[in-house]
Design a binder for this molecule. Structure first.
Ligand code: PBG
Ligand code: ZN
Length: 343
C-alpha cells in the first residue's frame, strides 16, 4: 500500500501518518504543552494541624513530615511556606488538654481554642493567605463522632447541623475566608448558609463542601494525628459507601442547591470517576480533591520501599486529579510542590 499518508518503517509495515505521535512530545516543553491544565502553586491548599499547647511542635508518627503546631510556632513555619508561594491553608484543631472534649464538641469554637486562635494569628500575620477551616465535631467530641448522638449512637441530625452551623459562623466571625464542612450530615450546608446570612457574613465567606466524601480505609493516619477516632462504631451512617457513585452525584447536586460555593471530592486517587462526575454536575464551581492521609502515607511507604519515586508519584497523583476535572488540590505534599513548581 502506498499513499501520501503512509510512512515506511524498518519492519516493512506501512504506518499511517496520523499514528505518529512521539514527535509531538519529544521536547520537555512540548510534554508540558500536553497538559490540559497546568499544575500551579495557587491550586494547593495545605492542611495545618493546630493544637492547644501554644508552644507545641510535635511530629506526627502516622503522617510523614507533618506536625501539630501551637499558635506560637505556627507563624515562623507558615512564613517559610508563604515565602515559597503558599496561598491557602485548611485548619484542623487538635485539642490535647485533658477533659476538654464533650458530647457537643465545645472546643471546636472555643474562643481560646486552637482553631479560633489559629485563624486570628494567621490573619494578623499573613494578610494575603486564604484561610479555610474544616468544620466538623469529631476532633472535639468525647465520643469522636462528627455530630451529636442519640443514646443508641445514631446522629441527631437537626441538633448536629445547628451546632455545625454555629461553629462555622464562629470561624467566619474570627476571620476565616472559607468554611469546609466535612461531617457529611444531611442538610448542614443549608444551615451553615442560613447561619452566615443571619450573622451578615454570607457575602464574605465561601462554603466549600466536602460533598462527596467516602467512608473507607484511608483516614487512619489523620485520625491518629487529630485524635478523632470514634470510640465506638464507625462513620458509615453518614459518610458515603465506596461503591455509591449515584449517591455521590445526589450529594453533589443537593449541596449545590443548599448553597455550596465550591465542592471537595475525597479521597482522591481511588475516586477519580467521582471527580469527573463532579466536573460535570458542578461545572460552574471550583472543585477540589483531597489527597487524604492514607493516600499520602501509602505513597511515602511505597517510596521508602523503593516501589516508586516520591516526587514522580506525587506529580502523577496531582495530574490524575486535574485530568479528572479538579482545579484545587488539598494536599500534604503542598510544601514540596512549592519547591518543585516555578509558578
Ligand atoms: C473530619 C475530617 C477527616 C478528614 C478530614 N476532615 C477525618 C474523618 O472523616 O474521619 C480526613 C483527612 C485525611 O485523612 O487526611 N471529619
Ligand atoms: Zn468528623
Amino acid at each position: 500500500m502506498s499513499s501520501e499518508h503512509t510512512a515506511q518503517y524498518s519492519n516493512g509495515l506501512p504506518t499511517a501518518i496520523p499514528s505518529l505521535l512521539s514527535g509531538g512530545y519529544n521536547h520537555p516543553l512540548a510534554r508540558e504543552w500536553q497538559n490540559e491544565r497546568q499544575l500551579t502553586k495557587n491550586m494547593f491548599i495545605y492542611p495545618l494541624f493546630i493544637t492547644d499547647d501554644p508552644d507545641a511542635e510535635d511530629a506526627i508518627n502516622s503522617l510523614p513530615n507533618q506536625k501539630r503546631w501551637g499558635v506560637n510556632k505556627l507563624v515562623p513555619f507558615v512564613q517559610t511556606l508563604v515565602d515559597k508561594g503558599l496561598r491557602a491553608v485548611i485548619l484542623f484543631g487538635v485539642p490535647l488538654k485533658e477533659g476538654v472534649k464533650d458530647e457537643l464538641g465545645t472546643p471546636a469554637d472555643d474562643p481560646e481554642g486552637p482553631v479560633i486562635q489559629g485563624i486570628k494569628t494567621l490573619r494578623k500575620n499573613f494578610p494575603d493567605l486564604f484561610i479555610m477551616c474544616d468544620v466538623c465535631l469529631c476532633e472535639y467530641t468525647s465520643h469522636g463522632h462528627c455530630g451529636i448522638l442519640r443514646d443508641d449512637g445514631s446522629i441527631k441530625r437537626e441538633e448536629s447541623v445547628r451546632r455545625l452551623a454555629a461553629v462555622a459562623v464562629n470561624y467566619a466571625k474570627a476571620g476565616a475566608h472559607a468554611v469546609a464542612p466535612s461531617d457529611m450530615i444531611d442538610g448542614r450546608i443549608r444551615d451553615i448558609k442560613q447561619g452566615l446570612l443571619d450573622a451578615d457574613l454570607a457575602h464574605r465567606t465561601m462554603i466549600m463542601s466536602y460533598s462527596a466524601k467516602f467512608s473507607g480505609n484511608l483516614y487512619g493516619p489523620f485520625r491518629e494525628a487529630a485524635g478523632s477516632c470514634p470510640s465506638q462504631g464507625d462513620r458509615k451512617a453518614y459518610q458515603l459507601p465506596p461503591g455509591g457513585r449515584g449517591l455521590a452525584r445526589r450529594a453533589l447536586r443537593r449541596d449545590l442547591e443548599e448553597g455550596a460555593d465550591a465542592i471537595i471530592v475525597k479521597p482522591s486517587t481511588f475516586y477519580l470517576d467521582i471527580v469527573s462526575d463532579a466536573a460535570n454536575i458542578c461545572r460552574d464551581y471550583p472543585i477540589a480533591t483531597y489527597q487524604v492521609s492514607g493516600e499520602f502515607a501509602m505513597l511515602h511507604a511505597a517510596a521508602e520501599k523503593g516501589i516508586v519515586d516520591l516526587k514522580t508519584i506525587a506529580f502523577e497523583a496531582a495530574y490524575g486529579s486535574l485530568r479528572a476535572g479538579a482545579n484545587l488540590l488539598i494536599s500534604y505534599f503542598t510544601p514540596e510542590f512549592l519547591d518543585w513548581l516555578s509558578l
